[in-house]
Design a protein around this ligand. Structure first.
Ligand code: NAP
Length: 251
């Protein structure tokens, strides 16, 4: 089994065989990426709260997730309530065009100790451009923009930029890929503890939040590959965790 390269937290979620006594919330849980992630986290045993701007839409998405998974604990509610219900991890899976507005709309719901995993990519589609082009947020990246929009007490990580919604939604197929994650140590630990319970997903620590500009830039590269090869490609980082001796043999 390929192991996460993020140092584990001393506060990993309590887990029995396949139930985790923790609620993870997803802002934009009705959307392509958010719904796919909800399915995978539900299969991994989490209670998943799917957030939306509209409570009815969220409840319909939660019902659909239960049908797709054949059970599981899924809750649908408005985004603010989703933050309030999360034990620790909240994932933002919303378009760049409404990213800051949605983070501001939930600003008074956070508790100290919660963390945000931001998946947002500033694709040029937000301004009528192409999905293979990126725009330059003032703060350097979408994740750094999120940092300016949420309370300092909420730790922030950025990841999942190269995991396609289609791959997440296809439960018949293990993901068999890596996600590069960057950000503040506490947030990386909490996010990695949840993500590595998803079958076939390895979390690779890519450093501090400033790296997000580069990680977000991988998405349009993959979208271009997907268009050319008619697939849902992901990435894998090689030779992680190999010993110095093995590295010498590979040189
Ligand atoms: N799709 C992928 O494969 C993928 C992969 C990696 C990263 N990402 C990133 O993940 C984020 C979400 O992508 P997505 O493809 O899941 O997006 P999406 O399906 O278009 O939208 C996700 C959800 O965001 C909410 N939303 C809020 N403001 C919106 C607006 N102005 N227009 C449309 N929806 C809005 C909607 O939920 P409610 O209407 O219920 O509020 C919607 O269901 C993006 O930043 C994207 O770059 C996506």
């Amino acid at each position: 089994m390929r192991r996460s390269t993020v140092a584990p937290s001393s506060k990993s979620p309590a887990a029995t065989d396949d139930v985790v006594s923790e609620t993870v919330s997803i802002l934009g849980g009705t959307g392509n990426l958010g719904f796919g992630l909800a399915l995978r986290l539900g299969v991994a045993g989490y209670t998943v709260c799917l957030g939306s701007r509209d409570a009815d839409r969220a409840q319909r998405a939660a019902e659909l997730a239960r049908e797709r998974v054949g059970g599981g604990e899924f809750i649908g509610c408005r985004n603010g309530e989703a933050v309030a219900r999360a034990d620790r991890l909240v994932v933002a899976a919303v378009p760049f065009a409404s990213h800051v507005a949605i983070l501001r709309s939930v600003a008074d719901q956070w508790r100290p100790g919660q963390v945000l995993l931001d998946t947002t990519v500033p694709l040029a589609t937000a301004v009528g451009g192409r999905p293979t082009h990126l725009i330059d947020p003032w703060h350097g990246s979408a994740a750094q923009q999120a940092r300016s929009a949420i309370d300092d007490q909420v730790a922030l990580a950025s990841g999942l930029h190269t995991i396609s919604a289609a791959a997440l939604r296809n439960l018949a197929r293990p993901l068999d890929q890596d996600t590069l994650i960057c950000g503040e140590p506490e947030a990386k630990q909490v996010a990695a503890a949840a993500l590595e319970r998803i079958a076939g997903l390895r979390v690779v620590d890519a450093g501090s939040l400033e790296m997000s500009r580069l990680l977000e830039g991988l998405t349009p590269v993959l979208i271009g590959i997907n268009i050319r090869h008619k697939t849902h490609a992901g990435i894998q980082v090689t030779h992680l965790g190999t010993s110095t001796k093995q590295q010498a043999a590979l040189a």
